[in-house]
Ligand binder design. Structure first.
Ligand SMILES: [Zn+2]
Length: 431
């Protein structure tokens, strides 16, 4: 769905891509046609008439290098229409196109690394905009109508079930506007640059079904008796009742809940996260995002806007839990499953590097450490806590964690690692 990734402080909307790719199947003159919300017939781009092999050979499509050998993860293709159409801008820019394609691909592989399903995902990267107006980017999956009243989306179906809902189409579309000042690298963005990796990650997560079909009046954007998204099924009101209920689904209470600033996503585990639901309703942003303004210090990648000079490169556990609720198999270490099953550990074995650090520090441990039990704090030289893993964003992997240190002033810090049985303190320098 359309995701408006807005300029700092401005909620720009972008319902356009949503309307373009949300289609319904209709039989016209005995043929199945796909009609979008503008009433136009949607057809696959002519490039998909070429075989995958030909598309790859011509440089239009990037294929997962592990496509044939990988069995434990989904595989992917990314098709760049900038390259197909020789636009000379965006992903076809003579000097920046290659790195931009790589940044998008690395954001995709970072998502797929967490997912244990073994299907596929095929994403079309549309011809880029170059206006520097409106949304930074927008993206979403094709709908997959379901008898339950909730659409899982084409990406989820292809990844989880291995079934391609529309074999002549890709599964999702994504569009960037390169008229803005982008950070075309994986380094930290300058103060006046939008971070491309952060926005790519955000948009791709939308493609995986992190999206709503709620219209401002609470009906489905697909129309009367239309279906919503599976994401919508998990939304709850301020009083913990379901936002939608019934068959076909509809609002359980008043439309005001969409603008209550109190909408929440209830995970299949029962815990909750704040869903962006301000008043007035903001088309393209409301109901499809998390709201870090209503969290206690969390920075969500799926917040509807991003400022220049900032990043949202690491998915919060809430965001990964949304994907889990949508039905994806997720590697357990990403889910923050709790603090149970404590095992003895040897915190002294934890290594921290680089030291001195600049953008980040990486804490690596061997498998005797129960990372679920860890709390990591960083104190400055006068003992003031500047980071706490219970509150601040961390990037947790199987045997390491990455902490963003960009915002720390240069100086000496103490990393305090606690596993509920013992504590160690390690000194680092930020420069
Ligand atoms: Zn968005």
């Amino acid at each position: 769905m359309s995701t408006s990734y807005s300029q700092s402080g401005i909620q720009c909307d972008n319902g356009d891509l949503l309307k373009k790719i949300t289609f319904t199947e209709t039989e016209i003159n005995g043929e199945i046609q796909y009609i979008n919300l503008y009433g136009d017939i949607v057809k696959p781009h002519p490039v998909y008439e070429l075989s995958l092999e030909e598309r790859v050979k011509k440089g239009y499509t990037v294929v997962d290098p592990d496509k044939n050998s990988r069995t434990a993860r989904p595989t992917y293709t990314l098709t760049f229409l900038d390259t197909v159409d020789n636009t000379g801008i965006g992903f076809d820019d003579p000097s920046l196109g290659s790195i931009r394609r790589q940044i998008l691909e690395s954001a995709l592989t970072d998502i797929l690394t967490m997912i244990t399903n073994t299907g596929f995902v095929d994403i079309q990267v549309n011809a880029s905009e170059n206006e520097g107006k409106g949304a930074l980017a927008s993206a979403g999956p094709y709908p997959t109508p379901a008898s339950t009243g909730y659409s899982i989306g084409s990406v989820a179906k292809h990844v989880i079930l291995g079934k391609d809902p529309y074999p002549t189409f890709p599964d999702a579309e994504i569009t960037f506007d390169f008229g803005y000042n982008w950070n075309n690298s994986t380094d930290y963005p300058d103060f006046d640059e939008y971070d491309m990796y952060s926005v790519a990650l955000h948009e791709l997560v939308h493609c995986f079904g992190f999206t709503s079909y709620l219209a401002p009046d609470g009906t489905s954007v697909v129309g009367e008796d239309g279906y919503y998204t599976l994401f919508d099924q998990f939304l709850i009101n301020s009083d913990y009742t379901n936002l939608l209920e019934g068959d076909p689904p509809g609002l359980s209470t008043e439309t005001g809940d969409l603008t209550s600033n109190a909408l929440r996503f209830q995970f299949s585990t029962g815990s909750i996260a704040p869903v962006y639901s301000p008043s007035p309703y903001t088309y393209g942003s409301s109901c499809s995002h998390l709201d870090h303004g209503r969290s206690s210090g969390v920075t969500y990648v799926m917040h509807p806007s991003i400022s220049t000079g900032t990043t949202g490169r690491i998915l919060h556990a809430d965001e990964i839990n949304v994907l889990s609720s949508l039905g994806y198999g997720i590697e357990s270490q990403y889910l923050y499953t709790g603090l149970s099953d404590l095992t003895p550990s040897n915190l002294e074995n934890i290594q921290i590097y680089p030291n001195p650090a600049t953008n980040y520090i990486k804490l690596i441990w061997n498998k005797t450490i129960n990372h679920n039990a860890l709390t990591i704090k960083i104190n400055n030289i006068i003992g003031k806590e500047v980071f706490n893993s219970n509150r601040d964003e961390i990037f947790l992997r199987n045997n390491y964690v990455i902490i963003d240190t960009n915002s720390l002033p240069n100086g000496i810090y103490f990393v305090v690692i606690d596993d509920k049985e013992s504590t160690v303190t390690k000194r680092i320098i930020k420069k």
